[in-house]
Structure formats: C-alpha cells, structure tokens
Design a protein around this ligand. Sequence first.
Ligand code: ACM
Length: 520
Amino acid sequence: MFVGPTSLAAHRIVPVPLSVTPGSGAFALTSSTSIVVPSGNAEVARTGDMLAMLLRVPTGLPIPVTAASGAAPSGAIVLRLGGPSSLGDEGYELSITADSVRIVAAAPAGVFHGMQTLRQLLPAAIESQLNFGRRAAPVWTVPAGQITDRPRFAWRGAMLDVARHFFTVDEVKQYIDVLAMYKINIFHLHLGDDQGWRIQIDSRPKLTEVGGSTEVGGGRGGFYTKAEYAEIVRYAADRYVTVVPEIDMPGHTNAAIASYPELSCSRPMPASTAVARVQGTYTGTEVGWSTFCPDSENVYAFVEDVVREIAAMTPGPYFHMGGDEVHVLKDPQYIKFVERVQDIVYKHGKTMVGWEEIGKARLRTTSIAQQWKSDSVPPAVMQGAKLVLSPAPKTYLDMKYTPNTELGLTWAAIIELRAAYDWEPRTYLKGVSEQQILGVEGALWTETVQNIGSALYMTLPRLPALAEVAWSAASDRSWDGFRQRIAGHAARWRLLGANFYPSPQVDWDAAAANPPAMVP
Ligand code: ACM
C-alpha cells in the first residue's frame, strides 16, 4: 500500500521548495473532485488536462476539467494566474485545505511547476498507469498547508547525447518526462558528433544519409526528421522545457565530414590512420581528432545552411555551437572559427552557447559559456559572458556511480549520489560570483549508453540531485534532507517504468524494492 505524507512537515518534495508551512487536515480526491482552470487561457487549460490525466487512471475518479473565472466550487483543484510578480515566471503558491487545492502563479510555467509539486504530495501510486481504485485503494489525500516556491537559477539543464547512440522520439519523450517532474527547464540535445549526425537539413541531405547512418559500436544510428524534431520541441514546450540544439563544431565533426568531405582541410590527404578515419564514418570513441577547416569558405556556407535551418525550426532562443576539444587546430584558427560562427548564429536570431573553450574567442556579451572542466575562472567570464556550470566531476551523468557500475566512464570522476548533490555552484569556481552564473546542467554522454533504460539508470537519482542544486535555495539544501526525501521517489520511478540506480547511500522506501502487484 502506498501512502502519501500525513503532514506537509513530512513531505518528500524534490527539489525542496522555498517555503513550506504545514496546516491541519488534508484534501481528499473524491468522485466530486474537479479541476478548475481560468477561462480563455489555453496554456493553463493544458496543464489542467495533464493533471486530470495523471489523476484519473490510478484513482478511477472522473476528475472533470472546467473553465471558470469566478469562485471555485468546494472540493476543486484550482489553477490560477494572477499571483504576485515576486514569484517570477516559474514560481507558484500552492495552498491546500480540506476544502480545496489552489495553485496560483504569475505565469503558466509556474502553474505547471506547482502541478508537479502537487503530484509529489500524492501517494506514489499516482504514477501508476493502472487503476488502483479498484483494489484496496490508497487514500488519495494531500496534507494541508501552504507552499511558496520559485527557482534559484534560471537555467536548469540536462543534456542528452543522441549522437554517440541514437535515441528515438519516444525515448526522448520519456527523458523529457523526467526533466519536467524535477522542474528542469532546459533540454540540451547534442545532435552531432564524430559518430553521428541526427537532424534533417534539407539543403545538405547527405548529413542524414551518410552521417546519420552509424553510431558508436557500428549500430544503425538514425536521425530526426524535421517533423520529429518539431514533435520533440512541442512535447518539451508543453512541459515548459526549452530545447537547446547543439551542433558541435569545429571538432567532433567526423559525421559531417564523412557526408561532405570538403568541410575538412586535409584533402587530398596523406595515408595516415587519422586520415583513413576522416574519409569514412567513425564508430569508435576517441575525441579531439576531427575538425572543420577554419580557412575554407565552404565551411562557413555549410554552417550558414545548418544554423539557418535549425534556427527556423527551434522556437527557443539558443543555438549551441559546441566548440569543445579541438586538439588539431592552432588557437588563431579556432578563434577565427568561433567568431565567424558567432556572427552566423546572431544573424539567425539566436543567442550563442558554447562549451567553455569558446572563451578564447571574442564573445558577444550575451553569449553563454558552458563550463565543464576548469576549476578557476574561465576566460569567458572575464569578458562578461554568463556561465552555465557543468563541472564534469559533479554533473556528468555518464560517469560511473562506483568502480563496479557496468555502464559509464571514469575519466572525470566516480560520482555517487552524494557527490552529485553535495556541491555549491557559488563556491565551485573561485572568483565567479552568483550573478555570473546562469545556472547548472547535467550532461549524459552516451558512448556506453545505448537505450533509454541505460540512460535513466545513469540519470536517476543524480539528475534530481542536480535539479535541487539548481532550483532550491542554498540555505534550504542539505544532504540529509535530500537523502530522506529522495527515498520516496524510487517507488514512483518503478511505477513509471523508469530505470534507476538504487544507491546504497539512500534508505529507499520498501515500496521501491517491492512494487505491489498491479490489477490488470
Ligand atoms: C565535453 O565534455 N567535451 C564538453
């Protein structure tokens, strides 16, 4: 039997909210519970529908959604705009009494995040795809009280590398579902690397014909058509997650070069091993050896085509140009390349993001550098660029949990759950102030990760830990608190069919190890 918290004081919410004030009593879902959304706001109505779909199946209750602007009926779950501007776009107030649940926000994203908090206050069985209402039913209650919440950082990201191994649209949607549950709002898609090109570009059809045909280990690879990419972007946007497309360049580009050999400087080439690799597709896992030719106008015409088409199909404000690990160019060549690409990205209306190496170039003040290896002030910050922190020894989700983890790598660190949680962005880089930090991001590189089950094993529970680093106030965070709260989440992951690593650092709830038999 699953039971939820009996008092708000015993909540298991991740990321921990800014302020939680327990009340007395509880709100119960019953056959007369409805969801009330404001008239004339399609976004909040969509969140209301999502909540209704979440609640209906496991409870077996009808949970109608109605649009109304006046006073809500007794027994309703009310979603409202009009909250104080101090909540920002993503904050919310959640008020629970025996009589009603009210989620009030200043913008629709806040209503959505409040809905995710409400979800975590219900018994874990709420995640079931089967009707629990027909067996010894859990009591579907939410403890009374008041929560006021808003995020610490604006950029709360997760990156999925779909280049080393390809992930289908359905797998990507499962991944986005996990992000949404933990209030992650940036989904960074690593769409091109040595081993694969994953996005349809009409003006350069060989990218997907040739570059999309492989992956690490020699599998079939794959790519997203424009319609599929639009479906991913829409699915994410409906959950207030912004897709940040990354085309990594000038390095990590063998799949593009195999498709269009003129992108490389080195033709005709001497017969060396590296050259043999450049001439064809590549399914190994070495890094740093491929590069576009920074002195070739063919390359900038190509970048223009790719950025133009991706910018046109991406509603979000960002384009990530990669820029990491170019071991075969001299600095002046690299700098020239980054500055030319930066102009192209801004010409097509996007803000440029790149890995920290881009700080060698002259950056526009709005460009964003993604730290991953430095432990001192990256040059990008000296130029005034904002930083996204993705320190590999803390946030790289492809690092092993222990030396015995079957999947994953170890080059940056071995990252057990506590190490993923117990670090502070403000003090991680000496000389970088909180104002210079846009946020944090976890990265799942997929050299060793072949499918969504493996991806989620590496992601859960570390991404929820990072979500708390990103969302919650530093003063509200503690490893003991997180450890105690996350223990209640494995039962949810089981019911969602999401694989996870049962870290021995957590005393997981018994229901996590033994999910109840389900009624067909
Ligand atoms: C990276 O890990 N090469 C950004």
